[in-house]
Ligand binder design. Structure first.
Ligand code: ANZ
Length: 819
């Protein structure tokens, strides 16, 4: 018998599984429930790194166990193949993005196969293929028909190096582009948007029913950023001429603090400013401030540093509640894109306003009493009478809610009650605002799905009729960056448009954001070859929703949110069967280099999975990655060569055990370990705690190693439990033991709960809850047995009543006689 030779075992089984179609998934199998588990598909960057292994080989353990537990498991794979890197590589190496992408996909497929995953490759989807993007375009057109896709002008993030629009999440906190490192600029462009804001409430409210980790739900809630507030108008007066100069509308979540608003602040970009400048004495100073602040990024402006601003001298606003004339400032801590771009400042109850008021020496008026202060204020009448003395005792700036004071007829009301009443009394409106914006999907890039829109000679947009889909990406475009969309340079696209629609008609030249492509791919896996529909309702009914979706934490507020929106919009149009795509979502952590830093070519600390597979085998790498940390918790885990070698030794030991099997049975103590392991491994894989599942398997293999000879049945159980982690090794030994069918369709073992606990147990003997002594019994003993034990005990038999009123018995722990 030979040593564990992964290099011959692994390719052999990969080939055989593919030939036998072990992982082909039918849409229904008699007697089995469908179970759809998904992993985020990769961008075909051309080289599989260890992060890919972590992303795909570890969830494969879960998919495999589910299959062995009798589920009809769908576990598909594909490539999210449109995107910027293809285009950049194309420019650099003078190769077409298509060719570059296809080559990468080819290479990554081979690498993926070496992982030994149980993917059903027949369902592979590739988003850059016309058979796929035809449906991306079709879905765009359905959204367009519903008014959910529209064209609008927008100030966009402009990357002057890559010459393209960036999504907010592609801009780093310091205002530079994530990819190119360039300082991001703002530019106004006509762009296509998807109206995700129409779904804001449902995207928040429907989270409640989902079985997701709370931090992921919270991240989505915060990203959407719903706030209930009010808009309130403040009249503006030119104090020199005593005439009205318009009205400023502010957005506030705290209309209950209106009596404490002692000044107004406008964002430097506020549309009323040019007009107001004509009324003020310090126009030059104001203009200078505006100039400097518009150059700052939004994040710089939100940073907690010393507040800056300029008073507009000569104009005053009128607080509609107190009728007081209050000063008006421009300051960059107020953002133009949120609310109305103007705020009423309440320094006594808002931290930013407080700092600003201190600096500019503005009045601070307390109008809300915190609950803690209510004891020092005598009663509501005192407040109404103006309990100034007491109010002085309250904290300087308190941002919570409470009871109103210093607020005229509203004194004594709670914040909650006062919000509506005050808003109404000054003619304001209660409104709901959201922090997130509509989804800008236009990209001035080549390698994406063309937006299927054409413009008539007047410039009006029209959808490309469905019969012309796929609206093909032209192959003759010049893709070099030049600040306008590459498709504009395609002669073929121009001629195609004129030929189909008429002279002077022009094509849209922007392509779609890649996040559109991957907002619906999970539905295409269900029906990948359908040429009539993007995904039939019948197939969706068979598989949706996805039971568990595993992916990167960075996608929480982007891809995961966008695809939920897609699913809901499709559901509303009768095109999807579910309102929510993912019953469960899990974010995984990242694998760091051995030195604890991120793996990077720059630091020469990159672990190349191909090399490791060659050295120790895919099974060892897979099992090691499963062992590296809890998969259900987002964390970062440093790679350890020692750890990998340790796992390899464990697999070798399991392999060696096969030489020593016999038909004996396990002694009770070892049998207990066996059943405990079955229980633990099943539960741990179910909850994605693969690390502790692997340690239990190690304990079991040591236990079996201690036997003079290993009972065949126990060894086979170990192999079956190990199969999801080390599929090749398990299959190899399984076949060697004479099995004809694959171990991967073997039934998952069931534990016997009677065998989980062993030895004797100690039971407390009580009278009316007071312990009088103990007896020692078998673990599974019932009440009658234990009572017999107690009566047989020389000491206890004397004190225990012969006819107790009642006996309370807890198996394995307590017997209590009540008198
Ligand atoms: C007066 C007030 C008093 C406020 C108070 C808060 C506390 P969220 O909850 O995040 O929606 N605000 C409104 N528009 C703003 C803008 N464009 N830039 C910066 N800040 C803005 O925050 C809403 C609150 O943030 C609003 O309520 C407003 O300040 C401020 F005791 O109005 B508040």
């Amino acid at each position: 018998m030979s040593a564990y030779d992964h290099a011959s075992i692994e390719p052999k089984w990969q080939k055989r599984w593919a030939e036998q179609g072990v992982y082909k998934t039918k849409d229904s199998v008699a007697g089995k429930n469908n179970f759809y588990t998904l992993v985020e598909f990769p961008y075909p960057s051309g080289d599989l790194h260890i992060g890919h292994w972590y992303a795909y080989s570890v969830p494969d353990v879960f998919a495999r166990m589910k299959r062995m537990q009798g589920m009809n498991v769908l576990f598909p794979f594909g490539f999210d193949a449109f995107g910027l890197p293809a285009e950049n590589a194309a420019i650099k190496h003078d190769i077409s993005p298509k060719e570059w992408t296809e080559k990468n996909i080819e290479k990554m497929r081979v690498q993926m196969h070496s992982m030994g995953n149980s993917f059903d490759w027949d369902r592979e989807v590739i988003t850059c293929h016309p058979e796929y993007y035809r449906w991306t375009q079709w879905l765009f057109l359905q959204l367009f028909k519903k008014g959910l896709a529209y064209r609008g002008k927008a100030l966009v993030n402009w990357d002057p190096v890559d010459q393209t629009v960036l999504a907010n999440e592609q801009v780093l906190p310091d205002g530079t582009a994530e990819r190119s490192g360039a300082k991001v600029e703002k530019k106004e462009l006509a762009q296509w948007f998807l109206k995700i804001t129409d779904y804001a409430d449902r995207l928040i409210d429907d989270l409640d029913a989902l079985n997701w980790p709370e931090p992921i739900k919270d991240a989505q809630r915060n990203w959407i950023g719903r706030s209930e507030g009010a808009t309130i108008g403040f009249k503006i007066q030119d104090s020199r001429f005593k005439k009205e100069a318009g009205e400023i509308e502010v957005f506030t979540t705290r209309p209950d603090t209106l009596f404490g608003a002692t000044y107004l602040v406008l964002a430097p970009e506020h549309p009323l400013i040019p007009e107001l400048l004509e009324h003020i004495a310090n126009k030059k100073e104001a203009l200078q401030y505006i100039e400097v602040s518009t150059r700052k990024s939004e994040l710089e402006r939100q940073e907690n540093k010393e507040k800056t601003g300029v008073e507009l001298k000569g104009v005053k606003a009128v607080n509609p509640a107190t009728k007081e004339k209050i000063p008006v400032f421009i300051a960059d801590y107020v953002l133009s894109g949120y609310g109305t771009g103007a705020i009423m400042a309440v320094p006594a109850h808002d931290g930013r306003d407080f700092e600003f008021a201190k600096k500019f020496d503005l009045p601070i008026r307390k109008v809300i009493l915190p609950p803690s202060a209510l004891s020092i204020v005598r009663n509501a009448e005192d407040i109404a009478a103006g309990a100034q003395e007491d109010i002085r005792l309250v904290a300087d700036c308190w941002s919570g809610e409470g009871m109103l004071a210093n607020s005229g007829s509203f004194n004594g009301l709670s914040s909650e009650e006062a919000k509506n009443k005050i808003t109404e009394s000054v003619g304001g409106r209660m409104v709901t605002r959201y922090r997130f914006r509509d989804w800008l999907i236009s990209r001035q890039r080549y390698w994406g799905a063309p937006i299927p829109i054409v413009y008539d000679p007047e410039g009006q947009p029209h959808p490309v009729p469905e019969k012309y889909l796929p609206w093909l990406l032209p192959e003759d475009a010049d893709i070099k960056p030049k600040g306008t969309s590459p498709l504009g340079s395609s002669k073929e696209l121009k001629e195609r448009t004129e030929k189909l629609f008429g002279k002077w008609w022009t094509p849209e030249t922007d392509t779609m954001d890649g996040f559109v492509d991957n907002s619906w791919y999970f539905l295409r896996y269900l029906d990948p070859k359908n040429s009539k529909e993007f995904s039939s309702l019948e197939k969706q009914k068979a598989w949706m929703p996805i039971a568990r979706y595993s992916g990167g934490a960075e996608h929480t507020t982007v891809h995961v949110l966008y695809s939920r929106f897609f699913c809901k919009a499709l559901y509303d149009m009768g095109l999807a069967t579910e309102k929510e795509p993912y019953r469960e979502r899990l974010n995984r952590g990242i694998i760091l280099a051995e030195d604890g830093r991120k793996m990077s070519k720059r630091w020469g600390n990159v672990v190349n999975p191909d090399d490791e597979v060659k050295r120790v085998g895919a099974d060892a790498v897979r099992t090691y990655l499963a062992f590296i940390g809890p998969y259900n918790e987002v964390g970062s885990f440093p790679w350890s060569t020692n750890g990998l070698v340790g796992v390899r030794r464990f697999l070798e030991r399991v392999y060696e055990l096969r030489k020593n099997i016999s038909t004996t049975t396990l002694p009770p103590a070892s049998e207990r370990v066996l059943h405990q392991t079955i229980k633990k491994v099943g539960e741990d894989i179910e909850s994605m705690k693969f690390n502790t599942a692997v340690s239990s398997l190690m304990i079991l293999s040591n236990e079996l190693g201690k036997q003079t000879s290993v009972p065949r049945s126990a060894y086979e159980t170990l192999l079956v439990l190990l199969a999801p982690f080390a599929p090749h090794l398990a299959e190899e030994v399984w076949a060697e033991l004479g099995h004809k069918e694959s171990i991967h369709i073997e039934k998952w073992p069931i534990f016997n709960s009677d065998k989980l606990v062993g030895g004797k147990v100690t039971i407390a003997v009580q009278i009316n809850g007071k312990t009088k002594g103990t007896v020692i019994t078998e673990p599974g003993s019932n009440e009658g047995d234990v009572v017999a034990c107690v009566r047989a005990d020389a000491k206890l038999s004397k004190v225990i009543p012969l006819e107790p009123k009642k006996v309370i018995f807890v198996t394995g722990r307590i017997i209590n006689f009540l008198t």
